[in-house]
Write a protein that binds this ligand. Structure first.
Ligand SMILES: [Zn+2]
Length: 165
């Protein structure tokens, strides 16, 4: 497996001068979607080469609210979703599908970094369709409502949307 540099992107050796440092010029998924094709330029000799990285080997870095970074961990999403769905009529399979869906969207975006806020929004948009109580619970944790008023506003918004349907 490729070694990972501090930016979260696997380092690829230049195939010409064997230098370990390259700049990514272009990234796009392969047609079957299982790998990312990257055009790179060696920072040492300036030559360009292409690398293929399997999707599941690409590290995703999560940027937390305080600016610190940590490796992406899908378990954390699942734990949050489970907590929100406690005693709600949401099956374990539905939760798994939701989390898988969020993961797929994150990796499809091809970004190497993602904020916890973005992850929270992806989860919330799906929870909303699954179970409203779970959604509000999750939102209250994720948006860390400062007080009961902001919480009530969110609730009102949600109820308003329901009435509009
Ligand atoms: Zn080189």
């Amino acid at each position: 497996m490729a070694s990972v540099c501090c930016a979260g992107l696997p380092k690829m050796k230049c195939r010409y001068c064997l230098c370990n440092d390259s700049r990514v010029i272009d990234s796009r998924p392969t047609e079957d979607g299982t790998a990312i094709r990257r055009r790179r330029e060696c920072t040492n000799c300036g030559r360009r080469f292409t690398t293929y990285e399997k999707i599941e080997e690409i590290p995703l870095i999560v940027v937390k609210r305080d600016g610190t970074r940590e490796p992406f961990d899908s378990n954390k999403i699942l734990i949050g979703v489970r907590k929100a769905c406690e005693k709600r009529p949401v099956s374990a399979a539905e939760m798994d599908i939701l989390v898988d869906d969020v993961i797929r969207e994150l990796f499809n975006s091809l970004d190497q970094e993602v904020t916890t806020i973005k992850i929270g929004e992806l989860v919330m948009s799906r929870l909303k369709n699954l179970d409203e109580v779970a959604y509000v619970r999750f939102a209250s944790v994720y948006r860390s409502f400062k007080d009961i008023n902001t919480f009530m506003e969110e609730l009102k918004l949600l109820l308003g949307e329901q009435n509009a349907e």
